[in-house]
Ligand binder design. Structure first.
Ligand code: G6P
Length: 442
């Protein structure tokens, strides 16, 4: 007879793992996890051992009966899992640094999940997650797959479209970050705030905002229009919004919308940063070094506050709340990435969207919002087209499909530049993109 829940985390050597462990410890009463399996690949073994040993100390200090297992054997770990979380980075931060630097040479935004960088992260990640999905199907067919791996929208889209798994949810910390930002701007407790989220991952809007059930959208818009109030995440430069634009838009954009509505300023910022402190990946490489030094300290048995220098704040709350709501059939409302099924009228039914859902033991049930306002509908549809074509390119390894994905991305100015970036990035990431090189080599 099973003792409690078995959770398997793929990419367990990530510096974010203490977030997840803290979340599981906090909720142990309602979420009786008995086994946490942290899985990584041989290149990640050292990090896995360091962060895994910290995880064991955290659990021991908290006095909760969670057995932490560290392994490089994914298949052994997956056997009979109840929940599988994925948080891996194919090619590690070096690959992200290339995604951020190469487009800059062509005067195009270089970003982890948007534009050419997002496309390439998807091309590297999707074949790997589809292999994981096959293992899940075979070894723990009843498990829920909770994906945090970026680009989370494109990855969820690929899982829904190209795997046989039905129990899949994509998760991001942007919505919870927006909620915290609103609570701070209004100086109220975050539990009093409710945001009606709809859109796509890293392309989500707050359609309305409520404080104790009363709409405060106009107040929040005024707060966002204030240049002193950046309301952004640690990884996105908080360039201020044009106040009248925000008022005219009448919606709450997420931090990532700056790449689309302030492309020029964000590009200038990235070009400047690339010559000074480095791109975000390069900054994060430094932060990671410091974090892993801290993690090695045998006296450390909690999540260190330095982890807050990363963009993933509150990610453990989002993840553990989601897992707990599925396990406990809570029927509470959470914004996640799931099959649209008509919730957003302007997006195909069989596509992944990020939208408020009622969270049940049968998974997320999206809450319909109707059509998106015409001001943002086109951009959201365009990004959805990009994600779908990108996922197709990742699966087929077809060059022309990848070129179409690159060219239709709103951050890329022409087919010619798209091709130049594509060619340079394919070569730079060759090692992690076997699907594009198979036919040539054959
Ligand atoms: C935000 C995003 C995450 C992303 C993170 C990057 O929180 O929502 O999807 O992974 O930022 O943060 P980093 O510290 O790696 O730049």
């Amino acid at each position: 007879m099973k003792k409690g829940l078995k959770i398997v985390t793929i990419g367990g050597g990530s510096s974010y793992t203490p977030e997840l462990v803290e979340g599981l410890i906090k909720r142990h009463d309602e979420l009786p996890v008995s086994e946490l399996w942290l899985v990584d690949i041989p290149e990640g073994e050292e990090k896995l051992n360091i962060v895994g040993t910290l995880a064991k100390r955290m659990v021991e200090k908290a006095g909760v009966p969670i057995e932490v297992h560290l392994t490089l054997d994914r298949r052994e770990a997956l056997k009979d899992a109840d929940f599988v979380t994925t948080q891996f980075r194919v090619g590690l931060l070096e690959a992200r640094a290339k995604d951020e630097r190469i487009p800059l040479k062509y005067g195009v935004i270089g970003q982890e999940t948007n534009g050419p960088g997002g496309l390439f992260k998807g091309l590297r990640t999707i074949p790997v997650i589809l292999e994981i999905a096959k293992d899940i199907e075979e070894l723990c067919p009843d498990a829920w797959l909770v994906n945090f791996t970026n680009p989370a929208g494109m990855v969820t889209e690929a899982l829904l479209r190209y795997s046989n798994l039905k129990k899949v949810v994509g998760l991001c910390n942007v919505p919870i970050g927006m909620k915290m930002g609103v609570a701070k701007a209004l100086d109220v407790d975050e539990n009093r705030i409710d945001i009606q989220f709809a859109g796509l991952n890293h392309m989500v809007f707050g359609l309305d905002v409520f404080l104790d059930g009363v709409s405060v959208k106009d107040k929040v818009i005024e707060a966002m229009a204030d240049p002193e109030n950046a309301m952004t995440m640690k990884n996105i430069s908080g360039e201020s919004w044009e106040p009248d634009f925000i008022r005219g838009l009448g919606l709450i954009p997420c931090g990532y919308h700056r790449y689309y509505y302030k492309t020029q300023e964000m590009l200038e910022h990235e070009l400047e940063a690339s010559k000074t402190e480095g791109t975000r990946a390069e900054v994060v490489q430094q932060v990671e070094k410091e974090l892993f030094e801290l993690y090695k300290d045998p006296e450390l048995a909690i999540k260190p506050p330095q982890l807050e220098k990363r963009g993933g704040a509150y990610y453990s709350d989002a993840a553990c709340n989601l897992i707990s709501s599925i396990f406990n059939d809570k029927h509470d409302i959470q914004p996640v990435n799931t099959m649209n099924n008509g919730a957003i009228a302007s997006i195909p039914d069989d596509s992944a969207v990020e939208v408020n859902c009622v969270m049940t033991k049968n998974g997320p049930k999206p809450i319909a919002v109707g059509d998106l306002p015409v001001t943002v509908r086109g951009l959201v549809q365009q990004i959805k087209s990009f994600e779908r074509i990108a996922a197709e390119a990742a699966v087929t390894g077809d060059y022309n499909t990848a070129l179409v994905a690159m060219t239709i991305n709103p951050l890329v100015p022409s087919d010619k530049i798209a091709k130049q970036i594509l060619d340079e990035m394919l070569e730079a990431h060759k090692e992690h993109l076997p699907q594009f090189f198979r036919s040539v080599e054959a």
